[in-house]
Design a protein around this ligand. Sequence first.
Ligand code: UDP
Length: 239
Amino acid sequence: SDRTPKYKRILLKLSGEALMGEMDFGIDPNVLDRMALEIGQLRGIGVQVGLVVGGGNLFRGAALQKAGLDRVTGDHMGMLATVMNGLAMRDALERANISTTLMSAIQMSGVVEHYDRRRSMRLLEQGDVVIFAAGTGNPFFTTDSAACLRGIEVEADVVFKATKVDGVYDSDPVKNPEAVKYNSLTYDEVLEKKLGVMDLTAICLCRDHDMPVRVFNMNQAGSLLTVTLGGADGTLIEK
Ligand code: UDP
């Protein structure tokens, strides 16, 4: 059928900003419900879904540092923010009857279980959505790096980076109406052109381990399903 997914196991990165919707701070429950619906569609066709959630809607280490905080403390706050987003996302998924496990890279006994690679892979095989929170557990990293790291670790077929724009452009499409979108790019092109779609750590990790990344617009309803079925929405970054 035309519903045969191209990918068996995906790692979807949702930024904190995506969860914020049209608000200036926090989590928009309508966005959570819409994400849950779209993720449910993937589960409905048997696709295994790992999720990495960002925290930029609440706290970012670099921004806190600018405001005078110690950077590592700020990064710890940022990682805790991703756990809060993870709790909200799990809640929305479970309300939609999608069995979900939340794991944190930072141990937080009694609130969320600690990340365990083998257990996460077993859960994915059993059909749970697995949310990986607290990034990599280390300061100076981002949740993009965490998404690529977890994607490679759990042997996902692709990393999907859901953003607010339609893909990777040669300049900022919000500021420049002439900006041109790339349909595909190699890792080296991303690095050479300094495109800044993801930090260098994330791109290098994917390059070294041959993990394709598709950047697409999650605000476009149905796009997640489309790209999972093999559609070319957004920009594909690969070898
Ligand atoms: N963070 C970190 N280590 C990680 C992942 C995240 O220290 O491995 C911190 C960092 O301060 C970051 C914040 O958590 O700014 C929120 O993550 P991110 O900025 O990646 O969220 P997003 O932009 O995806 O919402």
